[in-house]
Write a protein that binds this ligand. Structure first.
Ligand code: NAP
Length: 256
């Protein structure tokens, strides 16, 4: 892993931060991406404090021109990434019939357009250099549909179909694509959702579970550091094999 370059979207919190912390002392050059600059800068300092290297680039993955400029900066300053961890995501627990169009647009902009933007700005260069591993953090809802998250689930199914087809387009290259499908992960974003009265009510009404119980049992969820270990393991596969999809489920879901 020494000398490899890894871009991580949604790096500043939750799952992304767990992955960054796992990679920080592994000799990987880390390109940290999220919208908020302050949290990114703080994380970069943490990376450097354990001997790691990297840069922080504030950018929304939904901003296509911003993403092109971000990629150019990466090419100019460090080169073509060996890994892209496509992690930043958006969700909302809701009754579909509430027609919350604003949140639908947001989820589609981040989970579909944003993920495509991130892949598109790096893949042609990866193909040219015949290297690269794209790791998409999707969700167990990519396989198991849940009520209350119909649109979110659709965005994650999109990443399944799209990546299956893209793997075929890349079959004569060394490029790998892995989707990681986590269950509940105790993150900043999930905690915010569970404590939001509107989404908590929707969760209960849709039969997704009791948010208060989720918070109480948070230790039975996956922790961001656990996914950091998973991603690192997936990255270390040799040239002769790789993981297509990996579902990582929390124990909590088996108990509710
Ligand atoms: N937590 C779970 O239970 C769970 C379960 C299954 C799958 N997942 C998936 O795991 C991924 C990460 O979730 P999480 O729970 O870690 O989320 P989180 O705690 O809300 O963190 C989200 C991260 O993404 C960044 N971000 C959000 N929108 C962005 C955008 N448009 N452009 C660039 N960065 C953006 C945020 O920073 P800024 O706000 O500063 O941009 C933050 O760093 C998502 O794809 C999610 O669908 C999560």
């Amino acid at each position: 892993m020494e000398g490899k370059i890894c871009v991580i979207t949604g790096a500043s919190k939750g799952v992304g931060r767990g992955i960054v912390r796992q990679l920080a002392d592994k000799g990987v050059y880390l390109v940290l991406l999220a919208r908020g600059k302050e949290a990114l800068d703080e994380l970069l300092e943490e990376v450097k404090s354990v001997g790691g290297k990297g840069m922080a680039i504030p950018c929304s993955i939904s901003d296509r021109e911003g993403m092109k400029a971000m990629a150019q900066k990466v090419f100019d300053e460090v080169g073509v990434p060996d890994f892209l961890v496509n992690n930043a995501g958006a969700w909302s627990f809701q009754d579909f019939c509430d027609n919350d169009y604003e949140s639908w647009d947001w989820m589609i902009d981040v989970n579909i357009r944003g993920h495509l933007n991130a892949i598109s700005v790096f893949l042609p260069a990866m193909k040219k250099e015949n290297k690269g591993h794209i790791i998409n953090i999707t969700s167990d809802s990519e396989r198991v549909p849940f009520p209350g998250v119909a649109v979110y689930t659709g965005t994650k199914f999109f990443m399944d179909g799209c990546m299956q087809a893209l793997r075929m387009e890349l079959k004569n290259t060394k490029i790998k694509i892995t989707n990681i499908l986590p269950g509940f992960v105790w993150t900043d974003g999930l905690e915010k959702t569970l404590r939001d009265p509107v989404q908590a009510k929707a969760m209960k009404e849709m039969g997704l579970g009791d948010p208060e119980l989720f918070i109480e049992k948070k230790d039975l969820m996956i922790q961001p550091e656990d996914l950091g270990v998973t991603v690192y393991d997936v990255m270390k596969a040799g040239d002769n094999y790789y993981v297509y999809d990996m579902m990582v489920r929390d124990k909590l879901q088996e108990m509710i």
